[in-house]
Design a protein around this ligand. Sequence first.
Ligand code: 13P
Length: 252
Amino acid sequence: MRKKVVAGNWKMNNTLVETKQLIKGLKKGLKGIKLKDTRVIIAPTYVNLHQAVKKTEKSKIEVAAQNVHQAKNGAFTGEISIDMLSDIGVNVVILGHSERRAYFNETDSALAEKVNTAIGKGFDVIFCFGEQLEDRQANNHFKVVEEQLKNALFALRSEAFKNIILAYEPVWAIGTGQTATAEEAQEMHEFIRGLLAKEYSKDMAEGVSILYGGSVKPKNAEEIFSKPDVDGGLIGGASLKAEDFSAIVKSI
Ligand code: 13P
């Protein structure tokens, strides 16, 4: 059985004080919610990861980084390595977010390297991908998603997907309040699972969690999560409020 996952991508938000407050609020909000087969993950900014790990130690909340560099170490000013993350107790990383692709020129081939680096160190990877508005309007969204997955992931062995969580995030739905409908999400997730089955095996495809991301809020989460191929969500804005994020976790 594949796991359900609700992950909060905090992006470039929250100071240390705010990080601690939000974690405190989340712990309170999640109390009493049964999380048997659900992973709850938060991704604060790099500088607050260490404290976030400490503050979540005795809870079900896992902590992820929002990026990692592909090289082991070296002259890469401003970058963070996988060993540095591992050393402070982080073992999940978000890769390929559309903001990293758009503003920091992350390419499919760089992402393939990053995924290798992370998996090589035993990390779980939340791998993001998704089409732009123009792609959907031109009815190219399936093709774009297929290319993104092929280029960054399909050189991996099937085994590696035990550590990969896919996150379909249509760019037009991110931070816009315009979510994909539950049917649009299901249609794409089913397509993605079909691609995995074709490239690897049906068994393997059934085991991979596929999250939806893009304007998930407490009021629409339940409907989106009710779809058979939607295994949870990657949440931006609504993950910054303990009450909203807890409500979203509750609706899985
Ligand atoms: P919003 O939930 O704010 O639309 O952001 C989604 C996202 O980018 C999560 O990675």
